[in-house]
Structures are given as structure tokens and as C-alpha cells.
Design a protein around this ligand. Structure first.
Ligand code: AMP
Length: 228
């Protein structure tokens, strides 16, 4: 196919516009709401650093709210022009520091972690959730799914003992009403431990829903719930 110079430029511009439009409002079908056990972030071979405000409570913390597609793929980094803006979340910063604590080194106030999550995942949910709403939705979801209490109610505590994976899943299903996916990592001695809990959420970020696609989980049948 032959293009005259001006037609070629028009075609290039059109392609670029479509790419921009698609990336700014990519289709997604649900979110993963991912919570993390801080004890399992901090007892691996990689160092962790407590936030500048001090050691977080022994509580699950938010990792992120990630748009996902039913085919198993997910959009990421959808808008390089829509940077994280801390002034948009100034009224919820205190709550974010408690519920979405940073553990990366060097010690910091959390803005870097939240900026990463917004720019990688939040920019892809903009068709449904704007900047402030994105963080607020995650905070609300955490209130609904209080994993630490839910597990405690089932006699599963962060005491360094091992618990059957199936019992952990059953307890979360009973407490939240939805089937979780548990992700494990290994501690310094190589023991499999509960690291992150994934729950599925509708596209408006308002309610949990049963997952249609389950991400692969690599946990042993019995896993440690480490002390923090
Ligand atoms: P993501 O890119 O959203 O899949 O998240 C992975 C990134 O988040 C990695 O760079 C991790 O080191 C970082 N990360 C995970 N949990 C934390 C945490 N609690 N504090 C700071 N960074 C974290």
C-alpha cells in the first residue's frame, strides 16, 4: 500500500490519538484489592524499613487496588501526564499512613509507594475512579474486609505458628463473604508464609465480588503467620 506524505502523517496522528484514548480509558473488568502482612515483608532476605512515623501496627496493610481483565491481562501505567499529586489526598493522608504503610528502604513517609501505585494502577482506573476516589475506595474496602480481625475470630493469629492454608481461606471467606487468593513468600529460613491476600472488587471500587479469574498462588498446604 502506498501513502502520500500528508496521508501518512494523518494516519500516524490517528493511530497516536487512538493509542492515547485507549490507554487513558483502558477496559478492565474488576479490581484486585491486595492487602499485605507486614511481618512477611520484613522477615525475608530483603531489608524493610519502617515508615518515618514509626513501626506500623500489627495489621494487614494495603498494597494496592489493581484493575484487571477477565482474560488474565491487566493495564498499567496508563497516563504519563497524570502524575500523583499529594495535595489531592491531603485530607486522607493520616489514614493512608496507618492503613497503607510503606515498608521500603530508606525509611520514608509513604508518598513514593502511593505514587507508584497511582501511576502504575490508578491511572488505568480513571474511567471509574479519579485520583482522590481511588485512594478513598481502597481505604473503604479495607474497613469492610478487616483481615486481621477476621483471622483472629477463627483462632488464626500472627504468632509465628503454621496454619493450614485451607483454614485461612475458609476463615476469610466466612468473614468477608468472598473467596480470597493467598500469596506466599518465604522467610529467611525458607519457610512458606502468608504474604498477600487478594480479593476481587467491582469496577467502581465499591463492593467485593467473587473472582472469576484466580491468580496463581504458590503456597505450601501449611503456612506460617509470622509475628510482627
Ligand atoms: P506493584 O508494582 O503494584 O505490583 O507493586 C510492587 C512494588 O511495590 C515493588 O516495587 C515492591 O517493592 C513495592 N511494595 C510492595 N509492598 C510495599 C510496601 N509495603 N511498601 C513499599 N513498597 C512496597
Amino acid at each position: 500500500m502506498e501513502f502520500k506524505g500528508s496521508n501518512l502523517i494523518k494516519l500516524m496522528l490517528l493511530t497516536q490519538c487512538l493509542t492515547v484514548l485507549c490507554n487513558h480509558s483502558p477496559k478492565f473488568d474488576y479490581f484486585y484489592f491486595v492487602q499485605q502482612w507486614p511481618g512477611s515483608y520484613c522477615d525475608t532476605r530483603r531489608p524493610c524499613c519502617y515508615p518515618s512515623t514509626g513501626k506500623p501496627a500489627a495489621n494487614f496493610g494495603i498494597h494496592g487496588l489493581w484493575p484487571q481483565r477477565n482474560d488474565g491481562t491487566y493495564p498499567s501505567n496508563c497516563d504519563h501526564n497524570h502524575h500523583f499529586n499529594s495535595s489531592q489526598i491531603s485530607n486522607i493522608t493520616l489514614q493512608l499512613k496507618i492503613e497503607w504503610p510503606t515498608l521500603s528502604c530508606p525509611s520514608n513517609d509513604g508518598l513514593k509507594f502511593w505514587a507508584h501505585e497511582w501511576e502504575k494502577h490508578g491511572t488505568c482506573s480513571k474511567s471509574k475512579l479519579e485520583h482522590h476516589e481511588y485512594f478513598e475506595s481502597a481505604l473503604k474496602l479495607k474497613q469492610i474486609a478487616n483481615l486481621t480481625q477476621t483471622l483472629k475470630n477463627a483462632g488464626i493469629n500472627p504468632d509465628g505458628r503454621s496454619y493450614p492454608l485451607i483454614k485461612i481461606k475458609e476463615a476469610i471467606k466466612k468473614g468477608t463473604g468472598f473467596t480470597p487468593v493467598i500469596h506466599c513468600n518465604v522467610d529467611k529460613t525458607g519457610k512458606s508464609q502468608i504474604f498477600e491476600v487478594y480479593l476481587c472488587v467491582n469496577t467502581t471500587g465499591s463492593n467485593f465480588t467473587e473472582c472469576k479469574v484466580f491468580p496463581k498462588s504458590i503456597c505450601k498446604p501449611s503456612i506460617v503467620f509470622p509475628i510482627f
